[in-house]
Design a protein around this ligand. Structure first.
Ligand code: SF4
Ligand code: SF4
Length: 297
């Protein structure tokens, strides 16, 4: 709690106004995702890149991609009409940090337009280590990292490949998982040390990481994660997991694992709605259709 307060204070933000971080706030405050980030630098077996990233969003839907300029115009228009707007996030449709120029251009332009709104970013974490300073300087107070495994043997059953742009090299198998996991944990720790609140999302994949989830929870907590959001697997059509015939966890399995992790001391999020990368409104509602360009004009 002390860490949370200190972190909020240092970034001049208030988690009581963030619908994803405060169970109370999700009834009253709205968030808006702007889809400016199309590319991705890894391949998750539950994903099909024709659709939105699962980091923060529901697969099987396609968001209208926006340029940074359009995203800034859209946020300006929505903020004027949606008084409860308290958070603007970038969550896809690919990985926001695999499109770092677009993502940071958008946040940079938005700061003067919506000075009181909290910024939030979701990522697979692969390139986080390179962007810590920018994140802090732009006042991005909340970051979500999707960490599905902390053991590379398990990770190798979740990720097909990981592309490291610095080396221009594609990693596969255990090496891919090892690189991704080490970058995720390094990024988590570095952000936390700079006062950014980090939530970790994990996709619960029966038969792959269900028995591993409490280790994930313990590890991310020890690296500074503020909250752990264990989400049920949703398999995108055309993904590797669909071909393999994998299935989503039962609600019973999900609740049991959330409960076990909470029992070990993690702060577990239970009200995540797995929103789309272009969602607008209170959690559980998506008013993106109300905010067309015509309606905003
Ligand atoms: Fe898909 Fe995974 Fe990339 Fe998200 S991080 S776009 S789920 S491959
Ligand atoms: Fe919040 Fe979950 Fe929606 Fe992200 S996907 S905005 S964490 S409710």
């Amino acid at each position: 709690e002390a860490l949370t307060e200190a972190a909020c204070h240092s970034l001049n933000t208030d988690i009581t106004r963030h619908p994803c971080y405060s169970e109370e706030a999700h009834r009253y405050f709205a968030r808006m995702h702007v889809p400016v980030a199309p590319a991705c630098n890894i391949q998750c077996h539950y994903c099909n890149r024709k659709f939105d990233c699962v980091n923060e969003s529901r697969p099987g839907v396609v968001s209208e991609l926006l340029t940074p300029d359009d995203a800034i115009r859209k946020v300006t228009g929505v903020a004027a009409q949606l008084m409860q707007l308290s958070v603007v996030g970038i969550a896809g449709p690919g990985d926001p940090l695999a499109n770092a120029d677009k993502t940071f251009e958008t946040f940079g332009g938005l700061r003067s337009v919506v000075p009181d709104v909290t910024f939030c970013l979701s990522t697979n974490g692969l390139t986080l280590n390179k962007h810590i300073d920018e994140i802090v300087e732009l006042g991005i107070a909340h970051v979500t990292i999707t960490i599905n495994a902390v053991n590379p043997d398990i990770g190798s059953q979740i990720y097909g490949w990981v592309y490291d742009e610095d080396e221009d090299r594609k990693y596969e198998g255990r090496d891919a998982a090892e690189l991704l996991i080490s970058r995720q944990l390094e990024g988590l720790k570095a952000l936390t040390e700079r006062g950014v609140l980090v939530k970790v999302n994990s996709v619960l994949i029966p038969g792959v990481n269900d028995e591993h989830m409490s280790e994930v929870s313990r590890t991310v907590r020890s690296h500074g994660a503020f909250m752990h959001n264990i989400m049920p697997l949703i398999i995108a059509p055309g993904s590797r997991y669909e071909e393999e015939g994998r299935e989503a966890p039962s609600p019973r399995m999900l609740h049991k694992i959330q409960k076990d992790c909470a029992g070990e001391g993690s702060k577990i999020m239970r009200h995540c709605r797995q929103c789309r990368a272009d969602a607008i409104g209170l959690l559980g509602e998506d008013r993106s259709a109300d905010f067309t360009w015509e309606n905003l004009a």
